[in-house]
Design a protein around this ligand. Structure first.
Ligand code: NAD
Length: 334
């Protein structure tokens, strides 16, 4: 098992890569435990859950809204949750976002942890303390900054993840390599077979590297005042594509990475062989690099992005592989 600590402004969070769901109870001692999960994860893993009340919602992004949040608040009240209770979200990024948001707001905040069960949740959604829900189609527009006490990344649970979801998680792994780790990018290029067959050692290494990269950025800028913006690489265009086309988050991030690579090429920051390497890698991982969505519709969504400032937006560009720059780009240029 690999351990990564995040020292937030007020909190300490421990990420355990390779720990098992079966050991969850060890980390919630003497507290009343409440479990939040989704319908798929409940069906597959309920037998491994510790004894506790369980709230399960219909799997999928469509559940990540304030209606589900309110239903969970009512369920907590009905089951006599109090400020000393402890919430654990067991699932992918949607479960982590919902559980983290509910725990951060119920009774002005109670302690929580995650068992991250999708690759995307293990390398991204469970790490960093952002917990948000969607409103009227706008992603993560309502949310909190608050760190979980712990995150268990149970690698064995990835075996039951649909292959398209596994690929989606790899989009975030590639993103972390593009931001800060050229050698990790090369390692992924050279070890596609081991990665796609879910070699445990390889996954433990890749997940740990991703978590470490994200953790170091989050520690330096917990509340996204500056540096943390680099984590939005591929996400400005990606979120908009996700909204317009309805493809999954990770697939949309892959399209967003390709868009960012092309823009970086236009601006002379990335060479065309580097751009081609990235496009090939994403394709080899089973990820899309283009979208059939109407660019005008995608652009209209970008106009409403949280990161907008008057007539421009902060955009993350690639400066070679393993290095990024954040530039304010005008809507005209996009
Ligand atoms: P998800 O939670 O919907 O999971 C994807 C699918 O996989 C779901 O159908 C789920 O039921 C299923 N699943 C999860 N674990 C499984 C397992 N072990 N076996 C079988 N099926 C399993 O989506 P996701 O891709 O994990 O996460 C995407 C969400 O995360 C988005 O809402 C995104 O906005 C959010 N996110 C948040 C942050 C953050 O910092 N808060 C960062 C990145 C992404």
């Amino acid at each position: 098992m690999e351990l990564v600590a995040i020292n937030g402004n007020k909190t300490f969070s421990q990420i355990m890569i390779g720990e098992s769901l079966d050991n969850l109870r060890k980390y919630v001692v003497g507290r009343k435990l409440f479990i939040i999960t989704d319908s798929n994860v409940e069906r597959l893993y309920k037998n491994h859950f510790p004894l506790a009340p369980i709230y399960s919602f219909m799997a999928g992004e469509a559940s990540k809204n304030l209606q589900t949040v309110m239903a969970i608040y009512r369920w907590l009240l009905k089951n006599d949750a109090d400020r000393s209770s402890f919430i654990v979200g067991i699932g992918g990024g949607v479960v982590c976002d919902l559980a983290g948001f509910v725990a951060s707001t119920f009774m002005r905040g109670i302690d929580f942890g995650f068992v991250a069960t999708s690759l995307l949740a293990q390398v991204d959604a469970s790490v960093g303390g952002k917990n948000g829900v969607d409103l009227d189609g706008f992603k993560n527009i309502i949310g909190t900054f608050n760190q979980p006490k712990f995150v268990i990344c149970d690698i064995s649970m990835l075996r039951t993840l649909p292959s398209s979801e596994f690929s989606s998680g790899m989009a975030e792994v590639v993103k972390h390599a593009l931001i800060a780790d050229k050698s990790k990018f090369e390692l992924i290029e050279k070890n596609l077979g081991a990665i796609m067959s879910q070699d445990r050692e390889m996954l433990e290494y890749l997940i740990t590297r991703s978590v470490k990269i994200k953790a170091s950025i989050v520690e330096a800028d917990e509340h996204e005042k500056g540096l943390r913006r680099v984590l939005n690489l591929g996400h400005t265009w990606g979120h908009a594509v996700e909204k317009v086309s309805g493809i999954s988050h990770g697939q949309a991030v892959s399209v967003g990475l390709a868009f960012s690579a092309n823009l970086s090429l236009e601006k002379g920051l990335l060479s065309s062989p580097e751009r081609d390497r990235l496009i090939n890698l994403l394709k080899n991982l089973g990820l899309p690099t283009t979208t059939s969505a109407n660019p005008k519709d995608v652009f209209d969504v970008i106009l409403k992005d949280k990161k907008r400032e008057n007539d421009s937006i902060y955009f993350v560009l690639m400066k070679g592989i393993g290095n990024v720059v954040v530039e304010k780009i005008s809507f005209n240029e996009i």
